[in-house]
Design a protein around this ligand. Sequence first.
Ligand SMILES: NC(=O)C1=CN([C@@H]2O[C@H](COP(=O)(O)OP(=O)(O)OC[C@H]3O[C@@H](n4cnc5c(N)ncnc54)[C@H](OP(=O)(O)O)[C@@H]3O)[C@@H](O)[C@H]2O)C=CC1
Ligand SMILES: CC(=O)N[C@@H](CCC(=O)OP(=O)(O)O)C(=O)O
Length: 325
Amino acid sequence: MNIRVGIVGISGFGGGEALRLIASHPSFELVYAAGEGSAGSPLMDRFPGVPDKLSELVIEKWDPTALPKLDVLFASLPTGSSAEALARVPEEVKIVDIGGDHRYIEGWSYGLADVWPDQIQGRSRIANPGCFPAATLNALAPLLTQRLIEPSNIIIDAKTGISGAGRGGGASKFGYAESNENVQPYGLLKHVHMPEIAKTIEQLSGGSAAGLVFTPHLVPMTRGELVTIYCRGTATTEQCLDAARSFYADRPFVRVTTMPPQSKWANGSNLCFVSYAADPERNLVIAIGVVDNLGKGAAGQAIQNANLICGLPVTAGLEGAPVWP
Ligand SMILES: NC(=O)C1=CN([C@@H]2O[C@H](COP(=O)(O)OP(=O)(O)OC[C@H]3O[C@@H](n4cnc5c(N)ncnc54)[C@H](OP(=O)(O)O)[C@@H]3O)[C@@H](O)[C@H]2O)C=CC1
Ligand SMILES: CC(=O)N[C@@H](CCC(=O)OP(=O)(O)O)C(=O)O
């Protein structure tokens, strides 16, 4: 079965990763590529390694009212620039928005695909989670649903590869000289991912996430993301691991490990690794989550969501092993 798909924002990091995954997807056929500055370029010029079957495709100027016949559109536009245009996409075209404009917005389902796939199946407007929420919420979901931690006392310390900031334009602040051998905290106290993390914590636990603290750091790697989450609770390490093993028993993309996971384990894949260490006497639970920011953090989870809304096996096109080293 061929499902006709398009990508807007294909020249960017998220769009490019969606292209890579769709190129080898068993059911998706890429028939539409769009952008702004890249419009008019043959796909081959932007991505010289693109498979032959896609070599004729030319990037079009993004116009939601001039789409070819499409079943699914992946939108990978800068947050803040997709809401108005996506509202004009015909109703019959399903949308997965990789950007941040539709998270917890009426009419859109929050696509936390490993946690609540049943809330995604059958929908046609999916807001993909941000990259940090993807790593964080997958690690926390088993603990919150089993009431093993207090939802109101969670501190997230996150590290991300530079590609998390996107390809950017000429004014990009993430050149080699600034980023290499440098660690940079940012978004203190008010990062844009706080609301979606807090809302999901509250939804999963039924309690308040009022004390949430989240501090991301840019580290000098291309891809990858690791979150270390400090929580209050009296569960043991084994109880946390068991809760996660049973929560993710039939979820192919989340691996529960006893060893603390490393960012490289997930690179190039849609996998998420979670692990836990707890000391009941100190009322302390540490949860760790690892994703590839462009995989589970963006395009991988977007394909997973598209599989769910198209009624395909959830693993279709996502079975490739991570890249290592
Ligand atoms: N990078 C990551 O790890 C993650 C990113 N995201 C989100 O995904 C979205 C895309 O991010 P990312 O790929 O990193 O960003 P990039 O900056 O790499 O790419 C964004 C692309 O959007 C296109 N674009 C910008 N403005 C317009 C417009 N007006 N019309 C059409 N196309 C436009 C640009 O294409 P052109 O070259 O043609 O101008 C550009 O290539 C963002 O919302 C981001 O926050 C989410 C999770 C993780
Ligand atoms: C390194 C870096 O800048 N990362 C981005 C997260 C990318 C992402 O998930 O963005 P959206 O929520 O906009 O989709 C950030 O912290 O904002």
